[in-house]
Ligand binder design. Structure first.
Ligand SMILES: Nc1ncnc2c1ncn2[C@@H]1O[C@H](COP(=O)(O)OP(=O)(O)OP(=O)(O)O)[C@@H](O)[C@H]1O
Ligand SMILES: [Mg+2]
Length: 268
């Protein structure tokens, strides 16, 4: 059975210049444990899509169901990881990770064990008492992942989670996201601007097209499975099949951007 279903979602925003069709008729069905990467040019509705699944936005048409239950607002069954800045700066690392479980009334002892386990899982064992501002951007994103996992959500929603990191840190974090996916078996919906990241992490890739935001392509990919097997991500990137896909998807997105620029130029 499909676990997360997006059924004919449309979203129109009414702006002073006229309505914007951020999404039109977007349908997707994710089995439990799928890692779906969503790519597309700026403005094609990726964040809007994620916000609807998170329950922050109600679609103009259509609905999202998780395990057959309609999504009507935010809930602990869907965890979010943002690009940056979503941690509580004034709390320690451990308190950030323990926040959700504490709200749910988990006993202190149990919380402590959970935090220890999660910090170890994200490579931050021993960092629990540090303040968030003492950590690098990459470490802060590790805390954000641990905090998300602490709520034990059925689905993890990530909007450019690694977008603010330098190249090397980003590469390490990609390995971590793949490992967490394998270890936890969570359903993950990942939005990224990076074609390489989408190919490395997505067991399935959706490419969106803009104006109106819609699904342009939807296909399975072999590379996440290769990486999750403990494979070296660098080696995966060196595969001829990887380079071929990367070029193909890059030119697809390039062409879409050119078309948008052309249209915008023509209108000016
Ligand atoms: N709250 C809002 N009110 C009005 N228009 C909005 C709102 N949110 C998004 N839009 C419009 O909807 C369209 C899709 O925006 P969205 O942020 O989902 O794109 P995106 O694919 O996430 O872009 P980016 O890659 O730049 O993050 C854009 O034209 C945007 O201006
Ligand atoms: Mg966005």
């Amino acid at each position: 059975m499909s676990h997360l279903v997006l059924d004919r979602l449309s979203m129109r925003f009414h702006l002073p210049g006229g309505p914007v069709e951020a999404l039109r008729d977007v349908s997707l069905s994710l089995p439990r444990g799928e890692m779906l990467a969503v790519l597309g040019p700026s403005g094609c509705g990726k964040t809007t899509l994620l916000n609807i699944v998170a329950g922050f936005l109600a679609p103009t048409e259509g609905q999202v169901t998780l395990e057959g239950r309609p999504v009507t607002g935010p809930g602990p069954d869907r965890g979010m990881v943002f690009q940056q800045g979503a941690l509580f700066e004034w709390m320690s690392v451990a308190d950030n990770v323990a926040f959700g479980p504490r709200m749910k009334g988990m006993a202190r002892r149990e919380r402590g064990d959970l935090v220890e386990h999660l910090l170890e899982q994200v490579g931050l064992a021993g960092f629990g008492s540090k303040a968030v501002y003492e950590l690098s951007g990459g470490m802060q994103q590790r805390v954000a992942l641990a905090r998300c996992l602490a709520g034990d959500p059925a689905v993890i929603l990530m909007d450019e989670p690694l977008g603010a990191l330098d190249a090397l840190t980003r590469e390490k974090m990609q390995g971590l996201v793949l490992r967490l996916w394998r270890e936890t078996g969570k359903t993950i919906l990942l939005i990224t601007h990076s074609v390489e990241e989408a190919l490395l992490l997505g067991a399935r890739l959706v490419v969106m097209a803009p104006r109106p935001g819609r699904i342009h392509r939807d296909e399975g990919l072999p590379f996440a499975a290769m990486g999750a097997e403990g494979g070296d991500l660098r080696a995966v990137k060196r595969e001829p099949a990887f380079a071929e896909r990367r070029e193909e998807i890059l030119s697809l997105i390039w062409d879409m951007e050119e078309e948008i620029m052309g249209r915008a130029g023509g209108a000016a």
